[in-house]
Write a protein that binds this ligand. Sequence first.
Ligand SMILES: Nc1ncnc2c1ncn2[C@@H]1O[C@H](COP(=O)(O)OP(=O)(O)O)[C@@H](O)[C@H]1O
Ligand code: SF4
Ligand SMILES: [Mg+2]
Length: 328
Amino acid sequence: MQLLDIRNLTIELDTPHGRFVALEKFSLRINEGEIHGLVGESGSGKSLLAKAIVGITDRRMHVKADRLNWRGHNMLTMTSSERRQLMANEIAMIFQEASACLDPTARIGSQLLEAMPVPAGTPWWRRGSAKRKRAVQLLHKVGVKEHNRLLESYPWELTESQAHKVMLAMALSHQPKLIIADEPTTGLETAAQAQIFRLLEKMNQLNKVAILFISHDLHSVGRWSDKLTVLYCGHIMETGPSKKVLLQSRHPYTQALQQGSLSSQLILPKKADMPALRGAVPLLQALPVGCRLGPRCPYAEKQCVKTPELRNDNDHWVRCHFPLEESL
Ligand SMILES: Nc1ncnc2c1ncn2[C@@H]1O[C@H](COP(=O)(O)OP(=O)(O)O)[C@@H](O)[C@H]1O
Ligand code: SF4
Ligand SMILES: [Mg+2]
């Protein structure tokens, strides 16, 4: 069953230098139980997309799309209360800096209980105890053993990994159909990262929760996602089933991400080393004409001053005038 269906979503941003396109004609479909990885360097537009999906926009952000549907319903025409209802019950978001999303003045217990729905069929006089029981169950589910101590703590007394677990427990309390996890492991130690991956994987397998996993690390996401989208400067560069994008990557940017990644647990095909990409991600107000990777791409040619279209080859989409040869 299809959950999220985005077609040609564009985000423009008002900045002191004028209005700029930060994400252009972005399309994505996520089905029930599917894990979709969204990968790209910092500044590619990943968090803006996540915010546009959950509706956390400010006056500077202008979002338009040919389609932004949730389970067949048009999110663009929903009232703000319908949208909030949807976000409270069906879509959960986990932010990169989990501790910053918690209220520093309130104990975790009260924040968790407040965020949780009342278990169905509970009489009003038992609501408090029913919620607490459910909170403890959820904390155990996300791997917290000392639940009493954690419930009594303030956010600043938690490690970042514990704060992530609290966010996950909050997210799970509504039994969401989709979790959007925006770099939930960035800045965590390897063991804590692995734990978050395991938790999300468990939720996906046990509850068929779909996950949009946002990261700058292609390998760590690619290993367990069904599909991958590689984003650069607001353009999809390559997208398709993870196996194809990882093992038969055809875009110079995807290959550069692969070779720059620190993870070595995935067996990669033999490829000649790609020359490193020059420079850094350009500023929004100084995007290059034509292919956005052009000034950094070792394979750039004259033709690259024209923006390449995304081309489909058997469900494997690539935006490049000179796609690299498949090596398998
Ligand atoms: N509120 C904002 N005002 C102005 N520019 C922004 C704002 N939010 C993001 N940007 C710019 O939009 C681009 C994409 O940002 P973001 O989605 O946060 O990237 P990512 O999450 O991939 O690192 C960046 O160039 C960033 O500087
Ligand atoms: S279109 Fe040209 S500049 Fe862009 S990635 Fe392909 S070869 Fe490089
Ligand atoms: Mg981000």
